[in-house]
Design a protein. Sequence first.
Length: 275
Amino acid sequence: MQPKYPVYIISKGRWESRLTAKCLEKINVPYHIVVEPQEYDQYAKVIDPSKIFVLPFSNLGLGSIPARNWVWEHAISIGAERHWIMDDNIYNFYRLNQNFKGRVTSGTVLKLAEDFVDRYENVALSGFQYTLLTAAPKKNPAFCLNTRIYSCILIKNDLPYRWRGKYNEDTDLSLRVLKDGWCTILFYAFLANKMTTLVMKGGNMTELYKDDGRLKMAESLRDQHPDVCCITWKWNRWQHHINYKPFKKNKLIMKEGLVIPKGNNEHGMKLVRLK
């Protein structure tokens, strides 16, 4: 099974690593990678040019925000109801079942996430939890409601928002939709295995994270959402801290007339030993 909604990767300076592109090709998921014009030739040497979208701007110094908004408008222009937008440092997807993380070999988990989200009228954002944050023996739910969605995001296209600012754009967007009563779904049943921030060259390393970038990022989010955000010192660096408790009141609204079949359906997924 493959996703029904378009998949976009935003990438800069990572034509050599191109982790997410390699991952999606490995599991046969169609995608487009979105790059700035000055880097097209490098990407075209290692990725099928038909999979490359070239942005109409470059080096704006605003991180990934302009590219993200370009992707959103492109998804609308092709008539899609939602779109996936992924960071370029994801190297595997997993299914979490009974605390066992099984690496997936198809796009079925993306399709199942779409089908689940489409049961409801009011899911603005959804996405996959990081593999690193589901360590055994902790029990994890199938999904978590009304929290931040990072890095691998399924977005409802007709939302009255767009990406903004320069820092922590995913947390900011999550908070804006939650404050307006929408729901978000963070899947634990399906996971994204992502490189840790600040490890890989390229991306936002030069534009955002240099010098005191971490503190500026936290301050920016606090200024945008002072009612739920504060700044703390964790893991030897400045971090923002968000209080998501006010959004527990946001409830999922199932679509009228929806009939969900009873019983367990694995949708063709089975556990096999990979070489």
